[in-house]
Structures are given as C-alpha cells and as structure tokens.
Design a protein around this ligand. Structure first.
Ligand code: MG
Length: 502
C-alpha cells in the first residue's frame, strides 16, 4: 500500500497564516497538519508516501528532510506541481502517475488533520475501495456522496442535494490496484485529451462511479478525530480536538487566570468569563487571578470583578506587588521611596513598609497612574545618590481601547536615561516569583498547575519559567497566527475562557 498527500494549494482562507507557509505546515495543537498525516500513514504500515507540493513547496521539502531523521525506514517523495496556481488537485495527482498507477494507494488532501486510528482502520479494512465519509453531515462546501441500498457509493460531488446525500467526504480515499489503473486512465482522458487541468480529483471518481466502472464503499468516520481545515474556525476546532490537554481542568489543583485580555478587555467583560469561574467553583477547582498591574488594590480588583458578575475575594488576586513585598520582608527592607499610586502605597504600608522614607534603602517603581514630575524627580535624586531601585514589572505599554499608553517599562527607560542605572530586580510576570510562592505555600507541583493568559511573552513565558501547562486565549492581545511562530507552543489554544470547557 502506498499513499499520496495532495498539498499544492494556496489555502488563501487561512491568510495571513498562509502568507508565509503552505497550509499543510500550519500547526494544529503544536504540530503541522502534515506530520499528523505522515504519522497516521506510517502507523498504518505504509512505507511509501508521496507528497504533491506547489505553493511554498520548498518548505515542505525542508520539513520532510527533518521528518525523515526520525523515520528513516519510510520512503517519502516530494513531487512538485510547478503550475499549482493554474491547476487543481486532479492534475497534481496525475503528476504521480508513474509512482501510483496500478498500485493500491490511499489519497488524502493536505488540509485534513487526522487521527492515526482512522487511517489504520481504512488501510486494514477488507474492502479494497473506500471513501471516508461522515455519515449524516451536510456541508455546502464539501464533497457529498450518494450511497445505494447495497452500501455502494454511486455519486460524489459538491452539488449533491441534502435529501440525496449520505454524508460529507473528508477527502480520504483508498483505491485497489484495479481502481488505481482506471482512475489514472480517466484522469489522463480529462487532462491530456480534453486538456482540462483545472478539475478536482473527484470529477474523475464521479465519472467512474456513474459509468459503474468503480465500485467503492463509504467508511463512516462520524465521532472520530479529524478536522478539514479551510478557515480559522476549523483551525480553532482542530486546536482543541487535537490537544492532549484535559479541558475539564479536573486534573489540575490550581488554575491561574490572567485578568486583562483574559477576563475583561477595555472596561468590558469578555463573554463567558463569569461562566468559566462558575464552573471552577462548581467543581471545587482552586484558582487565582493575577495581574502585573500594580496601580490598583486587590480590593479594587475584587470589586471590579463583581461588576462582571464574578464573585471573588481579594485573597484570590495576585499582583506583581506580592512578589515585591515578599522580597522586602525577606531582605528586611523597610525604608523605601515608592513611585506608585496611593492604592499601592497603602498595600505596602499594610505590610509595615515605610513608603516615603527620607533616607530610603530602596526605590520602588510601580505602575504609577498618578505620576507627577516631582515624584519622578525625587526617585531619580535617590538613585543618583546611590540607592538601588526595583520595579514591580517591566511591561513597556498598557494596551487600551485608545491605543498604547506608557506602563512601567517606559518609566524605567526614562529613569535609565536620566541616571544611567538599571533596576536591580523586576518582579511580576514573566518572573517566576510572581506565582511560585503560591505553589510553595500550597505544596503543589508545577504539573498540577495550569496558567491561562492572552500574552505569550508574559503569561506564556511565566508558564515556561514555572514549568506548568499554558492555555493561550485569543480574547486579548495574541492573534492565532502569532502563536504559530513561537518556539514553545501553548498546551492549548482557546478562543476565550468559556471555550476551554465547551
Ligand atoms: Mg493579559
């Protein structure tokens, strides 16, 4: 048994994701679609696989070179369709005629993320000709099949009416030696004699079915793991289905939830965030909210969340200020000069820190939304006098509905320019001090923890520093195509909090 993957097309509905890569190399739950297909064929015992490439085909060549290092026993040929932009997949298939005609083979389109089980069952099925069909489904854009009383497929096309359709084909086929022979003959007639290079492979299959030359059967793949990926919605579904992560969250002892961009955005609650927290409450899953923003008090956050129908208490809120306080107490530093809001100063005072010392041991920079020139001047004077400074976090900007506004990182840059000094320490995400003390207090191991957030370089990086699972929600800053280029893929990608448990 041989296999062919038709992966020459552009995949324009996945723009901008496919601007820089072919669709078959788009990642689903951290692995390219193509790697799911190759592994499925290999697991099913197929050792001769052909890949038809066109758009950005050189990337597939490089991918296959790397892939082969782990599967040296498998023969993977990459064949180029140089006129992929003027032809359709029947022409691509025809380019593999010398390798496949008269041989039994499986054919799949390069945009189907598929589980090994389906391919293995189809390859091992005693019926020599099969089409993978999702029984009962009807999709306008998909190829539909009609099945007769003998369980034979008698028609395939996109135009089949709902009342006649048995289900959608998912573009996975098994052909016997005899069928392979007549399929390539039919393709040759269409391409060489009729000079029609722009047809679906299914047009040849349909003619053979209608002429009763090909007898094939449906293989029902309902409730099995596969997704044909044409657009971002398909990709979102595939990211969820193919992630190994237990989305019930019941296997976790602590869930850490970022606030801005995850629970709310620009003064608006993100739909379903309250339902998600309700789910955690109903299932006794412990959770904390966390934020780098050191401008507000914990009580202020608890009240803000109440407005969004989320009932919580201030002890469930972790701010970048918490890591700072632990540091101050541990190092017995009481006399400080704080460039921060009155809410932040109050919180420090409650922990016995003097926030406006005339002779500070340390200068503390917070996200001071009440900043005055006088406060900035005093901080710089202390630093010029040799007092070290720390910052609660280092975000350069704070995103708002009116665009970016200055955050601590911008203040730090101004102080650095003025004093030529660097902060001694920065707390807040992505530094692990932000959340690590909770794990130590509660004696919880990183594998029992999941962190949820909307920023890869703060939330994602914090999860890497703690070594725990990370769920990237696309409700805030990060766009799906940005996740694609990150070295450490999130454990799960979800549209928003509610989508995780859906
Ligand atoms: Mg965020």
């Amino acid at each position: 048994m041989k296999a062919i993957i038709l992966a020459a097309g552009v995949g324009s509905r996945l723009n901008p994701l496919t601007n820089n890569k072919p669709k078959c190399l788009v990642n689903v739950a951290g692995s390219p679609i193509l790697s799911y297909q190759l592994k499925a064929f290999i697991k099913a015992g197929i050792k001769n696989i052909n890949i038809l490439v066109g758009y950005k085909g050189e990337q597939v060549v490089s991918f296959v070179k790397e892939f082969k290092k782990d599967f040296s026993e498998v023969n993977i040929n990459v064949i180029k369709n140089e006129v992929f932009d003027k032809t359709n997949n029947m022409y691509s298939l025809f380019l593999a005629k010398d390798k496949l005609k008269g041989e039994e083979f499986c054919l799949i389109n390069g945009d189907v993320a598929i589980d090994t089980e389906i391919v293995t069952e189809i390859v091992n099925n005693p019926k020599k000709d099969l089409i993978a069909v999702e029984k009962g489904s009807y999709n306008e854009e998909s190829m539909k099949v009609v099945v007769n009383a003998n369980n034979e497929i008698i028609d395939i096309s996109k135009q089949i009416q709902k009342s006649d359709a048995w289900g959608n084909s998912i573009d996975l086929y098994k052909f016997s030696k005899e069928s392979s022979q007549i399929l390539f003959d039919e393709a040759e007639r269409i391409i060489v004699q009729n000079k029609n290079l722009n047809e679906w492979t299914e047009v040849a299959i349909q003619r053979l079915l209608q002429n009763k030359k090909l007898i094939t059967h449906p293989f029902d793949i309902m409730n099995k793991k596969w997704v044909e990926i044409d657009n971002y919605d398909d990709l979102a579904l595939a990211d969820k289905i193919f992630s190994e992560f237990d989305r019930s969250l019941k296997s976790k002892k602590i869930v850490f939830i970022d606030l801005d961009g995850t629970v709310y955005l620009g003064g608006q609650s993100i739909p379903g965030a309250d339902k998600f927290v309700e789910y955690l409450n109903n299932n006794d899953i412990q959770y904390y909210f966390f934020s780098n923003n050191s401008s507000k008090s914990k009580q202020g956050y608890a009240e803000k969340l109440k407005k969004y129908n989320i009932q919580t208490t201030s002890d469930k809120i972790i701010l970048s200020t918490d890591g700072l306080i632990r540091y101050l107490l541990k190092n017995n530093l009481k006399n400080t000069y704080v460039m921060g809001t009155s809410a932040m100063k109050n919180y420090l005072s409650q922990n016995d820190i003097i926030v406006n010392s005339q002779s500070p041991e340390l200068v503390i920079i917070g996200y001071d939304t009440e900043l005055t020139y006088d406060k900035l001047k005093q901080a710089c004077i202390h630093i010029n006098n040799g007092i070290e400074f720390v910052a609660t976090h280092s975000d350069v900007v704070c995103p708002t509905s009116e665009g970016n506004i200055p955050d601590i990182g911008s203040f730090i840059n101004m102080i650095k320019t003025t004093t030529s000094k660097e902060p001694k320490k920065v707390f807040g995400k992505p530094n692990k001090e932000m959340l690590e003390f909770i794990l130590l207090n509660d004696k919880v191991s990183p594998s029992d923890v999941v962190l949820i957030g909307d920023r890869m370089y703060t939330d994602g990086a914090l999860s890497t520093n703690i070594n725990c699972d990370f769920i990237c929600v696309l409700s805030g800053e990060t766009k799906r195509e940005e996740v694609e280029n990150i070295a450490t893929a999130p454990t799960l990608i979800a549209k928003n909090l509610l989508d995780i448990i859906k």
